[in-house]
Ligand binder design. Structure first.
Ligand code: HEM
Length: 418
């Protein structure tokens, strides 16, 4: 007897508009109505499979079953990723390029980025003391632009900080929009690529010196799996793959500021040096609040899983936000409970705000450790080194805007270092 089953399927011509309208809830809503972690829908005019939960994530990260080539929708490629970057590579080409990223993630590299984060928080906070009000999200974007540039070896003058911070953030603030804002994101990408390409040209022609250990040096002289230097534009795309997401951590820092305000009882134990407790808190921030709704791949070769057929080349989305809130994987998923991480088993498939699976052979986020370290340092600064008041403001965030950011972006008054 055949165990073949028909995959639950959403009726209708195309559901792209619903995806834009429902945002983070799009896959969750259909998972509920169809009572299934696997279902078929139609997006951007093509058949698409949606997956949710840790069991589905295991399948999604199986390199024999899925590939990334051609999976990223065009608007996302034009703003968020850029063309020719590691996100769209498969097999040996991917492994080789990913190793270039992971070679920057040693313990010493992480220690340095954490130290830089602390230094730039301290400098910024000193300035805030003389201001009536600051907007945390906007300020942290500037802090992280400085951290990102210094860490990668990209030169940055004080008077350039604001413009560069805007340029880098416009790429992640607009990826899913199909309006004027999308144009803003597209224009930012093209400007940012020109900025970095010029630096790469200068390094290659010996007009600019850069320290050997820095990403600007390492990527400029990196040879691909066939022994060739990368095209200057690809070097720029990959350096922006470091700069842009480091600045994007500001979104999580805004949510960290919100969590401190919403759950004060969870903050009392976060003393300086309580590394574990700081870590549980920021892990819960990454699990609880939305950021990337899903990630995309295409079926590599037709296969069957749980009786369902996955046809070659079908676009497949893995629900990241929904998996982090899946009741099969988490107790009380809709409660903010940092203590849950004291007992968390560390599965690479159920806690996937930055993708799942493995770092080296898979597409899991290359910057996850950096993100954790920057967040821990920032949380420590906010709770142990800063006094402030949150004035009346709109702290809500929308589950249909991607990325979600608290509406007021966290205004602070009476800021003083302690
Ligand atoms: C703001 C926090 C961040 C979030 C929410 C985030 C999220 C993600 C997600 C969802 C993926 C795709 C995973 C997949 O498709 O399976 C990814 C990939 C990636 N991220 Fe991050 N990321 C963050 C920070 C960073 C940082 C700080 C860096 C670098 C310094 C970074 C570099 C990358 C790279 C290079 C990839 C591509 C990996 C590959 O395709 O193999 N990200 N990230």
């Amino acid at each position: 007897m055949s165990n073949q089953k028909n995959m639950p399927k959403e009726k209708g011509l195309d559901h792209t508009l619903s995806l834009l309208q429902e945002g983070y809830q799009f896959i969750i809503n259909r998972r509920h109505t169809m009572q299934s972690n696997v279902f078929e829908t139609k997006l951007l005019g093509e058949k698409a499979i949606c997956l949710s939960g840790s069991e589905a994530a295991k399948v999604f990260y199986d390199n024999d079953k899925f590939k990334r080539e051609g999976a990223a929708p065009k608007p996302v490629q034009k703003t968020l990723f850029g063309k020719g970057g590691v996100q769209g590579l498969d097999g040996e080409a991917h492994r080789h390029r990913k190793a270039m990223f992971m070679s920057l993630m040693s313990k010493d590299d992480l220690k340095e980025i954490r130290q830089l984060t602390k230094t730039h928080w301290e400098k910024a906070a000193k300035d805030w003391e003389s201001q009536d009000e600051i907007v945390l999200y906007e300020e942290v974007k500037k802090i992280l632009t400085k951290v990102a540039c210094e860490w990668t070896g990209v030169p940055l003058k004080e008077e350039e900080v604001e413009d560069r911070a805007d340029l880098l953030s416009e790429m992640f603030e607009t990826p899913a929009e199909v309006n004027l804002n999308h144009f803003k994101g597209w224009r930012a990408r093209s400007k940012a690529e020109k900025w970095i390409e010029t630096l790469v040209e200068e390094v290659r022609s010996n007009d600019r010196e850069v320290e050997k250990g820095r990403a600007l040096y390492a990527f400029t002289w990196h040879k691909d799996h066939e022994g060739k230097l990368l095209d200057e534009n690809i070097v720029a795309v990959e350096l922006i793959n470091l700069l842009r997401p480091i600045v994007a951590i500001s979104v999580y820092i805004a949510f960290t500021g919100l969590a401190i305000n919403q759950y004060p009882e969870k903050v009392t134990s976060l003393a300086e040096g309580e590394e574990d407790k700081l870590q549980w808190f920021i892990q819960e921030v990454r699990r609880y609040y939305p950021f990337f709704p899903f990630t995309a791949a295409k079926v590599k070769e037709t296969f069957t899983w749980e009786g369902y057929t996955f046809e070659k080349d079908t676009l497949t989305l893995l629900d990241l936000y929904g998996t982090n809130h899946h009741p099969d994987d988490w107790d009380n998923p809709d409660r903010f409970e940092p203590e849950r991480f004291a007992e968390w088993s560390g599965s690479p498939f159920n806690f996937i705000p930055q993708g799942g699976g493995e770092f080296d052979i898979g597409h899991r986020c290359a910057g996850e450790w950096i993100t954790i370290d920057i967040l821990k340092e920032s949380l420590n600064y906010l709770v142990n080194h800063l006094d402030y008041t949150l004035p009346e403001q709109d702290l809500s965030f929308s589950m249909t805007e991607i990325p979600a950011i608290p509406k007021s972006k966290i205004k602070m008054t009476n800021v003083k270092r302690t």
